[in-house]
Design a protein around this ligand. Structure first.
Ligand code: DAK
Length: 256
């Protein structure tokens, strides 16, 4: 099989799918997602492939997210359609009959973090950085992030079935930060200010997507995420967030 944006190899029963756009830190444009889908469809039908590894080309980035330059001028309908298509491809990865390992070799941001969460488990190099930076662009995660990130953390807490001290709570992601008692309130205020610097509409839509999804089955949650993802593209915040990225400056959000 020939691909433009991925390298696909099958050796000794292991399929390795390497996302290969190093100049854009392996960001996912539509053509790349189409290549991934083609490879995943092939893997699903294969009798020879026993395990799948997904990684990124180079040493800097696994996947730096969806391609912001491609998405910047989308409107609500186009972006909703794109989100539903992309989320569907990620769900195909999750549903593969073979175990899938994400080998995270650097930035796993936005769609990159979401692809890694669709794998059965994740190994990462020491330089790996995970994140869902979408609300800083005036949008929300669109590849299942509002659904899978919440579920992933919950699993580990329930399976461990014991009281959890601060350091372990930090390790398993139950708390986000541990600080000395005297620094607790200043740290909470600093976190609040960091949230306030993001796209205000996107933050509220993301919260709604997470809360609505967590009480629903994942398919319903993903459908809700795809719908409200499209809504972000009707906001001035999305235009400003993506314009600011391309102009390499901080966004000035208006909450509209
Ligand atoms: N899109 C397009 N280009 C990107 C990119 C991205 N996500 N990330 C990096 N690049 C490009 C940069 O623009 C730059 O290109 P040139 O300026 O050289 O032409 C090149 O890659 C190298 O990046 P930098 O020069 O910025 O490298 P640094 O080491 O300085 O910084 C960085 C690395 C990863 C911190 C930075 O590049 C960065 O912040 N990148 C954006 C990360 C981000 O916000 N990711 C989330 C994207 S939004 C959907 C599903 C999901 C989503 C959307 C739709 N569908 C299903 C439709 C999710 C949304 C996202 O993922």
């Amino acid at each position: 099989m020939e691909f433009e944006n991925i390298i696909f190899k099958v050796e000794d029963g292991i399929a390795t799918l390497t996302i290969n756009r190093p100049k854009a830190l392996n960001a996912l444009n539509k053509a790349t997602v189409e290549d991934i889908e083609k490879a995943v469809d092939y893997i699903a039908e294969s009798k020879d492939i026993q395990v799948v590894i997904i990684t990124g080309a180079g040493e800097k980035s696994f996947v730096a997210g969806a391609d912001i330059k491609e998405m910047a001028d989308y409107g609500p309908a186009e972006s909703g359609k794109w989100a539903a298509y992309g989320a569907g491809v990620i769900t195909k990865i999750e549903k593969l009959p073979q175990p899938v390992i994400a080998a995270v070799n650097g930035f796993a941001l936005g769609g990159g973090c979401e692809i890694s969460m669709a794998a059965d488990f994740r190994y990462c190099s020491e330089n790996a950085i995970f994140g869902q930076p979408e609300v800083g662009l005036g949008i929300i995660p669109g590849f299942g992030g509002t659904q899978r990130l919440a579920r992933l953390v919950a699993k580990e807490i329930i399976y461990s079935s014991k009281n959890i001290k601060a350091d372990e709570a930090l390790r398993i992601g139950l708390v986000n930060k541990v600080v000395p008692q005297a620094e607790l309130m200043p740290a909470a205020i600093k976190a609040a200010k960091k949230i306030m610097a993001q796209g205000p509409v996107a933050v509220q839509i993301a919260k709604k997507a997470i809360n609505n999804g967590i009480n629903a089955d994942i398919i319903t949650g993903l459908a809700f995420e795809s719908n409200v993802f499209g809504l972000c593209f009707a906001t001035a915040d999305q235009k400003e967030g993506m314009k600011a990225f391309m102009e390499k400056r901080k966004p000035e959000f208006t909450g509209k």
